[in-house]
Design a protein around this ligand. Structure first.
Ligand SMILES: Nc1ncnc2c1ncn2[C@@H]1O[C@H](COP(=O)(O)OP(=O)(O)OP(=O)(O)O)[C@@H](O)[C@H]1O
Ligand SMILES: [Mg+2]
Length: 348
């Protein structure tokens, strides 16, 4: 039987006849399948003109035609709701409307590598340099962000359907699912659409005020969980956190693919737990030698910091005192972050 969907059909005609194909287009980096410009393009034009020119047209057509013939969607697709709203990184106007200049997401391939720490440090460092900054905890499963900042106060009410974020001692507004739950140990088991709904509300229905930067702590991994969150938000760029032993280049390659799918940019890489500074001034690379160069090649993005294993970090995170952290490597992280973030195109 001939394929129902051919390369010369317009994306509009395909998504009109089979609305769920918008999700398949989104997976191939054509998340704007629902917007006017790409709708008038053919499948072939869309695939060759978008997604960094790296869309595999044959695979896209195969997935589309399997769906047209059987009604079966490939596994691991982005949420329908996220796609329908345009797909996070491509949503223009959402951030400006809120008075937020740049939304920066912090991502890691696996858990426990210090993603929340880096999100927290970026916020603290930016605040110290006079920027206005907020933290949106997109990892609804753990209490790391509120705990690190020592914030327990629940978000308040700012107006009808609007929440007032909790505020750290140092004046950083913070929004986290954990602050809304009765207890820190409370587990949240939510399906994707609920997560994207909640995260979108954390952005839209929270009175953040004017912000230079909103830092988003993403869920760990390089699959559905961070994708769901990224699609719900207008993310300008991603900072990737890894450790020397975390199968770093594989993780980075996956992360790059995911971020590119959404039309975004990896701004820089942070290698956490890179070494222990010894009393004699030498560096003990307990988790193995730096993967720095390989990472830079894999991500085509700069290594913006190597953070040592520092007992003071662990102590301050546990005590809710991350805002007191001082270290030369922290200064370096901030200086490098600012040099890459300020190059990111500002929303028009
Ligand atoms: N460079 C470091 N030196 C000392 N302790 C650190 C360092 N980086 C992280 N930690 C500690 O390791 C723990 C895990 O860090 P963090 O919560 O930032 O990781 P994560 O990647 O966000 O983890 P998860 O996947 O659970 O969200 C924290 O308790 C933190 O205090
Ligand atoms: Mg975390």
């Amino acid at each position: 039987m001939a394929d129902a969907i051919t390369p010369d059909m317009t994306i509009a005609s395909v998504t009109e006849r089979w609305p769920d194909t918008a999700r398949i287009f989104a997976r191939y980096g054509l998340g704007c399948a629902s917007c006017a410009i790409s709708k008038s393009e053919t499948v072939l034009q869309g695939a060759t003109g978008h997604g960094g020119g790296r869309v595999n047209v044959d695979e896209l057509l195969r997935d589309l035609n399997v769906f047209a013939a059987t009604g079966k969607l490939p596994s691991g697709l982005p949420e329908a709701t996220a796609v329908a709203s345009g797909g996070g990184m491509r949503v223009k106007g959402m951030a400006e409307q809120k008075g937020i200049k740049q939304v920066i997401a912090v991502m890691s391939g696996k858990g426990g590598v210090g993603k929340s720490l880096v999100a927290g440090l970026l916020a603290v460092g930016l605040k110290r340099r006079g920027f206005t900054v907020g933290v949106l905890d997109g990892d609804i499963t753990g209490p790391s962000i509120p705990r690190m900042f020592g914030v327990r106060e629940k978000p308040g009410v700012a107006g009808p359907n609007t929440l007032k974020p909790s505020v750290s001692r140092g004046g950083i507004p913070i929004m986290s699912m954990n602050l809304l739950l009765p207890g820190e140990e409370e587990a949240v088991i939510w399906r994707g659409p609920m997560v994207s709904g909640a995260i979108r509300q954390f952005f839209s229905d929270v009175a953040w005020g004017e912000l230079d930067y909103l830092i988003v702590d993403l869920p760990p991994g390089t699959s559905d969980a961070p994708l769901t969150v990224m699609q719900a938000l207008p993310i300008a760029g991603v900072v990737l956190v890894t450790t020397p032993q975390a199968l770093a280049t594989m993780v980075v390659t996956k992360a790059v693919r995911l971020v590119k799918q959404l039309g975004g940019d990896i701004l820089g890489i942070v290698e956490n737990m890179a070494y222990v500074a010894m009393p004699d001034g030498s560096r003990n690379e307990v988790f193995g030698p730096s993967q720095g160069l390989k990472l830079v090649i894999a991500a085509n993005a700069p290594l913006i910091a190597r953070i040592p294993i520092d007992p003071e970090i662990a102590r301050l995170c546990d005590a809710g005192g991350i805002e007191q952290y001082v270290a030369p490597e922290f200064e370096e992280l901030l200086a490098n972050f600012l040099s890459v973030a300020q190059k990111t195109p500002q929303p028009v």
